[in-house]
Design a binder for this molecule. Structure first.
Ligand SMILES: Cc1ncc(COP(=O)(O)O)c(C=O)c1O
Length: 437
């Protein structure tokens, strides 16, 4: 096998990768198609930094799209992983560690009685949907426009014409008959939701929403809206699924469930609960979870599910969070202050910006008016972001490679690192030319 070190430049690496992998990547956004330039090929991560094959250092605001709330290679996580790796990487048999992680999650999520571990957020959501269908004997599911729940067929669906009665596939390869069983509604529109539930409530197995919609911009919802979704969903005999793949242990110990004071029937997790290793989990009320095999008739399994490395990554992460006094408050304050400072930099250069932040995630949209939903993100803002991203990469700031993705902070982003980022941001802005449409 050729040595990875033989590759010196990111452009050589992406050309080599593109010959044998779609877009040269294992997940589309990494290909930088929404921004300019070549993706950086990473060799190392440490704290708030990543290092590429050209020897360049970046301050990382992607943090693997969310899992790394402690930063890269946090010593307490790494040490426990090393200890585990010496004992083997997978057994295909239960371990005490799974109980430990499940207990930790359940303690923070009082509405969740039981948990099942899987390997990704997609798998968690897919399994929760199957469970809801198995429990209710109904097929239809309801999702919200702009929410991403992974790439299972029934969720790669967008609103059809008319009042969102039938969805249409948003990816080739998703059968239209599958897409038709998903209804897609506008975010925050309680009237549209009520109307659908009045008309089709008896067909609906589950209503699913992101804890805090953060996959097409950042759109926290009103508490009242979320609570009404939960109440009405239950009233029609369907299950309310809160997708906490991003928000779980990110917006606080109790995630979005606690933030909105919800008590969902099923919850899905991923990202932070694996501390940067592949994981997902779904859980919920015992009366529903006991329908999962081997107890019940809803089948779901996995060769690597509950993998000891992923579970230990999660335990070490959640324990470290717990040991640090006021972990979430500190991180939230730091993020809020940083976002305010970013706004000031943009204002200094008279550039349009709107920001949103919640806990340790934030989003910048480079337009004068705030976007109330994904449809209000302007093309000009997306174009400006691509230009800025290019300059940020040159300055050594690794920002999300798409205008629609949120930025993540970790506890490793110290005040000094944030200040340095602001100086680099100024230089990037000075260097970039804004091309208005
Ligand atoms: C809210 C939400 N649900 C589900 C998923 C899918 O998770 P995974 O990428 O681990 O399959 C994601 C991924 O970003 C997500 O943000």
């Amino acid at each position: 096998m050729r040595e990875i070190q033989a590759i010196q430049a990111n452009d050589t690496a992406i050309r080599r990768a593109e010959k044998i992998m779609p877009g040269g990547v294992s997940s589309p956004v990494r290909a930088f198609r929404g921004v300019k330039g070549n993706p950086a090929f990473i060799v190392k991560g440490e704290g708030a930094h990543i290092y590429d094959i050209e020897g360049k250092t970046y301050i990382d605001y992607v943090m693997s799209f969310g899992p790394l709330i402690l930063g890269h290679a946090h010593p307490s996580v790494t040490l426990r992983l090393v200890k585990q790796i010496l004992k083997g990487t997978s057994y295909g048999a239960p371990t005490l560690h799974e109980i430990e992680l499940a207990e930790h999650i359940i303690e923070a999520h009082p509405a969740t009685d039981w948990i099942r571990f899987v390997n990704s957020g997609t798998e968690a959501v897919m399994s929760a949907i199957r469970l809801a269908r198995g429990v209710t004997g109904r097929d239809r599911i309801v999702k919200f426009d702009g929410c991403y729940h992974g790439h299972a067929d029934s969720l790669l669906v967008k609103a059809g014409s008319g009042l969102a009665t039938f969805g249409i596939a948003s990816s080739a390869g998703v059968p239209e008959r599958v897409a038709r069983d998903t209804s897609v509604l506008p975010l925050g529109d309680l009237d549209a939701f009520k109307q659908l539930m009045d008309e089709r409530g008896e067909e609906i197995a589950a209503v699913i929403i992101e804890g805090i919609p953060a996959n097409m911009g950042l759109f926290p919802q009103e508490r009242q809206f979320m609570k009404e979704l939960e109440r009405i969903t239950r009233k029609v005999g369907a299950l309310f699924i809160l997708d906490e793949v991003i928000t779980g242990f990110r917006v606080g110990e109790g995630g979005a469930s606690q933030y909105y004071e919800l008590s969902p029937d099923l919850v899905t997790f991923g990202k932070v609960i694996g501390g940067g290793l592949p994981i997902g989990a779904y859980g919920g009320k015992k009366e529903y979870m006991e329908h999962v095999a081997p107890l019940g008739s809803v089948y779901q399994a996995g060769t690597l599910s509950g993998n000891p490395l992923a579970i230990i990554g999660g335990i070490a992460t959640l324990e470290t969070i717990k040991e640090e006094p006021n972990f979430y408050t500190k991180l939230q304050k730091r993020t809020g202050r940083f976002v305010g400072q970013i706004e000031e930099v943009f204002q200094k250069y008279s550039l349009p910006i709107q920001t949103k932040s919640i806990a340790s995630l934030f989003w910048l949209v480079l337009q004068p008016n705030s976007a109330k939903n994904p449809a209000e993100i302007r093309k000009s803002a997306v174009k400006r972001y691509a230009n800025l991203h290019f300059e940020l990469m040159k300055e050594g700031i690794y920002a999300p490679p798409s205008a629609y993705e949120v930025w993540f902070l970790s506890i490793a982003h110290s005040d000094e690192i944030l200040e340095l980022t602001l100086r680099k941001l100024e230089r990037a802005i000075e260097n970039y030319s804004v091309r208005e449409e």
